[in-house]
Design a protein around this ligand. Structure first.
Ligand code: BGC
Length: 512
């Protein structure tokens, strides 16, 4: 009897052991299958985001072609190629105290700047930076501008209490408004559309300077907007102030855009445009660039379709700080839905824009052996706890693929501008004969760059610089210098306010 019990118990144990073993094998097979699935998602992502140099050159050509088309006729291209009426960049002789206001990304800034009159003189400036309250980004123009005017008023009062007041009878202000604006003059223009998540509907079509001017009057302020500019134009102004070889400026921040100095006679859509310098800064609004050569994945398609501005800002949605984190989130969500390597699908993965780009930069650049930062961010931001090291590595790889594509496309965009203005070396490099032999010589070309994506995200910067070298080649690349300006979007506005100030020049752009 005892033997029977023991035998039954033993066979029961054997059954349990078999079941446990089968379960374990099943789990490990499933885990392997799950792993294979996420690897496939990664491989598809890599394929979809591939940017070999040949493809980048196609993007360069497409950018140059679209620039021509946008200059030829209104609506001739998705690139708006907007006139800025800025033809005189600051010379360095500007003097006096000017204010600047910078609205365009996640933050809003007010600056007070003293210009010494000598290029090398230190530009003193004080800054007040505040985040834009989320609700104002989708409110009414009056609410938004009242908030701005109040902050400006507080800042002016504070500043003039502690330092000498502006000597001008009326304070002058450069307003950096970093959205597409159809300029009417260098100090006024109407908003074409919003980007970067702003959506203050009653503003579209309104004169931006007038909105600010009216809000300032409501607050009893005596201040005049003497320059209304895009942030790229401010960056170009400051870049040029420091280095006269600066011909273009690019922003890589929440949004992305570029401007450059164009010959007035090349702006065919404004025939008869006369400027004293024969040139004008053109705001490309390159965030809206599109070409069939851009490598697009299903994640980009979905991100675009679910955005407030579908079919718009396609280049920006692949490159800028506002979107990179969200592309990564979408890929991780896909992986998590196709396998259990991340555990149960976290509800956080469904929340748009929860994974901000600084977080993907932090994960991408985590150099701890166990990728502790990756683990922390996955846990704290996405509520995905305890993922093994190989899964953390996978996440780093996703960040790498998405950022690498962004940076390389950005480089192609820059070379596209250089090509349009004949500074990419494709027209040949002059040979100069010296007593030591024949040397190749090209004009030095500086591109001013600003924005946290470039300055704070090392891998983005490195990929961009590397791609510039690959596209331009080793003979030309040393002549093209990417130079970071600091606060150009703000200081540049004050510089332009000064150079366009009534006391300095009479606006000398004419349309015949
Ligand atoms: C805007 C541009 C701006 C860029 C960078 C884009 O979304 O359309 O006007 O220059 O962001 O701030």
């Amino acid at each position: 009897m005892g033997k029977v019990v023991v035998a039954a118990a033993a066979s029961g144990c054997a059954v349990v052991a078999c079941v446990v073993a089968a379960l374990m094998v099943g789990r490990s097979v499933r885990r392997r299958r799950g792993w294979r699935r996420v690897v496939r998602v990664l491989e598809e992502l890599e394929e979809g985001c591939a940017t070999p140099v040949g493809r980048l050159r196609q993007v360069v050509d497409a950018m140059a072609v679209e620039m021509h088309a946008g200059l030829a006729s209104e609506g001739g291209s998705k690139l708006k190629m907007l006139l800025t009426y800025v033809h005189n960049l600051p010379t360095g002789n500007e003097k006096g105290i000017y204010y600047a206001l910078d609205l365009g990304g996640t933050n809003f800034r007010v600056l007070r700047i003293r210009l010494g009159g000598q290029r090398s003189a230190i530009i003193e400036h004080d800054v007040d930076r505040q985040p834009i309250p989320q609700h104002l980004m989708t409110s009414t123009s009056e609410e938004l501008f009242d908030f701005i005017a109040t902050s400006l008023k507080d800042f002016v009062e504070r500043e003039e209490n502690v330092s000498e007041p502006s000597q001008k009878e009326r304070r002058e202000l450069g307003f950096t408004f970093s959205f597409p604006v159809k300029q009417i003059s260098s100090s006024s223009g109407t908003l074409i559309k919003w980007t970067k998540g702003f959506s203050v509907e009653d503003m579209v079509g309104k004169d931006v300077s007038q909105c600010l001017q009216q809000a300032m009057s409501r607050k009893g302020m005596d201040m005049r907007v003497t320059a209304l500019i895009n942030d790229t134009v401010g960056t170009l102004a400051l870049g040029h102030y420091h280095d006269e070889d600066t011909v273009a400026a690019v922003i890589f921040g929440t949004g992305t855009n570029a401007c450059y100095l164009e010959r007035a006679d090349a702006i065919i859509k404004s025939q008869g445009l006369l400027t004293t310098t024969g040139g004008m800064v053109v705001n490309m609004e390159w965030g809206n660039f599109w070409s069939s050569h851009l490598p697009r994945t299903s994640y980009d398609v979905d991100l675009d379709a679910e955005s407030p501005n579908p079919n718009d800002q396609g280049f920006e949605k692949m490159i800028s700080g506002m979107y990179l984190g969200d592309i990564v989130r979408r890929v991780i969500l896909q992986m998590s839905q196709e396998s259990d390597v991340f555990g149960p699908v976290s509800s956080k993965l469904h929340a748009p824009f929860i994974l901000r780009t600084p977080l993907i930069a932090a994960m991408h650049e985590d150099d701890s052996p166990n990728l502790n930062e990756v683990a922390r961010i996955l846990k704290e931001s996405l509520e995905i706890p305890e993922v093994p090291l190989n899964v953390r590595k996978l996440v780093v790889k996703v960040c790498d693929v998405v950022t690498c594509r962004a940076a390389r496309l950005a480089a192609a965009g820059i070379v596209g501008i250089l090509k349009k203005i004949g500074r990419d070396g494709s027209g040949g490099i002059a040979s100069v004969k010296t007593k030591n032999g024949i040397h190749k010589k090209m004009r030095r070309t500086v591109v001013a760059v600003e924005g946290g994506l470039y300055t704070n995200y090392t891998m983005f910067r490195e990929y961009l610089n590397e791609a510039m070298g690959q596209i331009l080649g080793e003979d030309v690349a040393p002549y093209v210098i990417i130079k970071v300006t600091e606060d150009g979007s703000g200081i540049g506005a004050a510089l332009l306010a000064a150079s366009h100030s009534a006391s300095e020049v009479v606006d000398s752009v004419q349309l015949l």
